[in-house]
Design a protein around this ligand. Structure first.
Ligand SMILES: *[C@@H]1O[C@H](CO)[C@@H](O)[C@H](O)[C@H]1NC(C)=O
Ligand SMILES: *[C@@H]1O[C@H](CO)[C@@H](O)[C@H](O)[C@H]1NC(C)=O
Ligand SMILES: *[C@@H]1O[C@H](CO)[C@@H](O)[C@H](O)[C@H]1NC(C)=O
Ligand SMILES: *[C@@H]1O[C@H](CO)[C@@H](O)[C@H](O)[C@H]1NC(C)=O
Ligand SMILES: *[C@@H]1O[C@H](CO)[C@@H](O)[C@H](O)[C@H]1NC(C)=O
Ligand SMILES: *[C@@H]1O[C@H](CO)[C@@H](O)[C@H](O)[C@H]1NC(C)=O
Ligand SMILES: *[C@@H]1O[C@H](CO)[C@@H](O)[C@H](O)[C@H]1NC(C)=O
Ligand SMILES: *[C@@H]1O[C@H](CO)[C@@H](O)[C@H](O)[C@H]1NC(C)=O
Ligand SMILES: *[C@@H]1O[C@H](CO)[C@@H](O)[C@H](O)[C@H]1NC(C)=O
Ligand SMILES: *[C@@H]1O[C@H](CO)[C@@H](O)[C@H](O)[C@H]1NC(C)=O
Ligand SMILES: *[C@@H]1O[C@H](CO)[C@@H](O)[C@H](O)[C@H]1NC(C)=O
Ligand SMILES: *[C@@H]1O[C@H](CO)[C@@H](O)[C@H](O)[C@H]1NC(C)=O
Length: 474
């Protein structure tokens, strides 16, 4: 047992041999693990997510948490050893308090990465340590630049059963140098996300803090069964370009709840690929529940769908959301060339506190990977409902800008009362949108909507669905 408290980097081979040989003996030892089971009244109560039968300490693999030593090899050794436990329920890697500088590394299946309180994984800032990876197939490009892109700091692909959790330890991308280089056009490739899991299933990310990502923060790509719970995501709200909080991308069966997100771009942006590449890849984002979040986005939006949505987005519920001090609260963005659809989107119990625009739907977000997109590939936007919307200090509560090519159909408003910062005529702005308002809402809806009373009787039919009364840009 003495082996497991060893600080020596060479001990990991021995650890591995012992573990392989002894297996269940570790049930005795793991009581001392940070995330070990609790013993209550003599009974063992297992904490969620499920515990692994074997627990390692990063220091067993030579890790040094001094903020200077590069720990890439320690992480890689740990992952390599843990990969041998796949058929035995996997293993947990504890990252103790300290500053653990590292270059990007890959996770393995049936692995729990556990960050102790005051454990900080630091991304190395020099991009030459960041390997390049092929562009995502549904984007065709590295998003910012043609060709390959930098890996994420913590990466996984083709995996099953991954947990990243802890006692609110931190994964810190140290993005400042990346943002500066990007702003000065010094990078030749697309920046890497902080955590990216691709083509994987059964993922839990909980009880940790993610901060200062070079690019998008948490990017589940073409994954199934993903839970993100009680996670804090931080980046400066200014001059931290593209630091989206969470980007569910061609994912299904996802739950995001109880998170605080304040970042330099969208707090959440649901995506599914870009123009012709996304259409060809053809993987929608669907069956997503997002609830109980506090989000802030000074430059973009709290919760977005798009603009890359070419594989389609459907069956998304977004509820109990507070958006504060933000440019926009809720946004759906798309453009001709995207193809795909956004439908069956339910927003409930939204609160806006000091936001410039509350709800935005925009159909001319003309940012394309290359000239090869098909302008006749028109997205469909329909079956979108908003209920129980509250707010104060909002400049324009609603701006729905459909177009002749991309009309927005079957939008429902019910129980909305959003206080505005100053009186202006056009504060519920519409173009090429149709739908219904049920009951009385404030501000008064545009004339595009059929108005029903609470009993469901039509009291005022829509006058002009295609009227454009958007008089200023936000
Ligand atoms: C991990 O190892 C370090 C250094 O030996 C030790 O201080 C720490 O208590 C260990 N943590 C766990 C959870 O075993
Ligand atoms: C988060 O941490 C709390 C407190 O340690 C624990 O009870 C809970 O099970 C954890 N939740 C997840 C999803 O990791
Ligand atoms: C992670 O795995 C992928 C796929 O095998 C590979 O392309 C990438 O280089 C690996 N990253 C690192 C840091 O080893
Ligand atoms: C959220 O995470 C913190 C820090 O890890 C923990 O103390 C708290 O119990 C967690 N809350 C829930 C609801 O899991
Ligand atoms: C976790 O740490 C972050 C960053 O230090 C902090 O803002 C947040 O309040 C902490 N969360 C909990 C639940 O303690
Ligand atoms: C970008 O490419 C140019 C020209 O090949 C090269 O001089 C420069 O060092 C590269 N920059 C980075 C950050 O790789
Ligand atoms: C989803 O993932 C969780 C965590 O790995 C797992 O416990 C659960 O069984 C999975 N659900 C399904 C339907 O596969
Ligand atoms: C829609 O998504 C929810 C999760 O938010 C899921 O429970 C439900 O089964 C999905 N509906 C369909 C028809 O797939
Ligand atoms: C509405 O959302 C807020 C958080 O923004 C929450 O405190 C409140 O309990 C929610 N109301 C209902 C009825 O769920
Ligand atoms: C964004 O931040 C700046 C500087 O703090 C502030 O002046 C501005 O009002 C903020 N914008 C929003 C929409 O909150
Ligand atoms: C309109 O959307 C609502 C959900 O918001 C859906 O229940 C209803 O069936 C849709 N109506 C039509 C005519 O498609
Ligand atoms: C409004 O525009 C839609 C989509 O272009 C079209 O189908 C519809 O006929 C137009 N309605 C009116 C009243 O002009």
């Amino acid at each position: 047992m003495v082996v497991f408290t060893s600080h020596k980097s060479t001990s990991f081979f021995f650890v591995f041999l012992c573990v392989a040989a002894l297996g269940s003996v570790f049930l005795v030892w793991q009581k001392n693990a940070i995330n070990g089971f609790l013993v209550l009244g003599g009974e063992r109560v297992w904490e969620s997510p499920k515990l692994r039968p074997v627990v390692f300490n990063l220091t067993d693999f030579g890790g040094v948490g001094d903020g200077v030593t590069v720990n890439t090899q320690a992480f890689e050794r740990a992952v390599s050893v843990i990969s041998k436990f796949g058929d035995k329920g996997g293993a947990q890697l504890n990252v103790p308090p300290g500053f653990w500088l590292t270059a990007p590394f890959n996770l393995t299946s049936h692995m729990t990465l556990f960050l102790a309180h005051d454990a900080v994984i630091l991304g190395i800032q020099d991009e030459k340590y960041w390997p390049l990876m092929p562009a995502l197939p549904s984007y065709g490009y590295g998003r910012e630049r043609p060709g390959p892109r930098y890996s994420s700091l913590i990466h996984g692909q083709n995996l099953k059963d991954i947990v990243i959790t802890g006692h609110n330890g931190t994964i810190d991308g140290q993005g400042q140098t990346w943002w500066t280089k990007h702003l000065h056009k010094l990078l030749n490739h697309t920046r890497g996300p902080l955590v990216q899991i691709m083509w994987s299933s059964d993922i839990v990310i909980s009880n940790i803090t993610l901060r200062d990502s070079p690019f998008w923060t948490l990017h589940p790509y073409d994954c199934k069964n993903v839970t993100i719970k009680n996670v804090t995501i931080l980046a400066p709200v200014y001059h931290a370009p593209n630091t989206d909080g969470i980007d569910p991308d061609s994912c299904e069966d996802m739950l995001i709840e109880d998170c605080y997100i304040s970042v330099g771009d969208d707090a959440i942006a649901i995506k599914s690929g870009w123009d012709q590449y996304g259409i060809a890849y053809g993987k929608p984002s669907k069956n997503i529940l997002i609830r109980n979040l506090v989000v802030r986005s000074n430059v973009s939006a709290g919760i977005s769908i798009g603009s890359e949505m070419s594989g389609g987005v459907s069956n998304v519920t977004i509820e109990n959301i507070l958006v504060w001090e933000s440019r926009r609260a809720i946004r759906i963005k798309t453009a001709p060339g995207r193809g795909g659809y956004v439908r069956q989107i339910t927003y409930r119990n939204l609160t806006f506190h000091n936001v410039r625009v509350g709800i935005v739907i925009k159909t001319n977000y003309n940012e394309h990977p290359d000239a090869g997109y098909d302008p006749s590939a028109l997205p469909t936007l329909r079956d979108i409902s908003f209920s129980n919307v509250r707010g104060e200090g909002v400049r324009v509560p609603v701006q729905i800008l459909g177009s002749k090519e991309i009309p927005v159909r079957n939008v429902t408003f019910q129980d909305m009362n959003v206080g505005i910062t100053y009186k202006k005529k056009h504060i519920f702005q519409c173009a090429f949108v149709e739908g219904q308002v049920i009951g009385t809402i404030f501000p008064k809806p545009c004339r595009n909507f059929d108005q029903f009373n609470e009993q469901g009787e039509l009291v005022k039919p829509a006058e002009s669905q295609n009227v454009t009364d958007i008089d200023y840009e936000i």
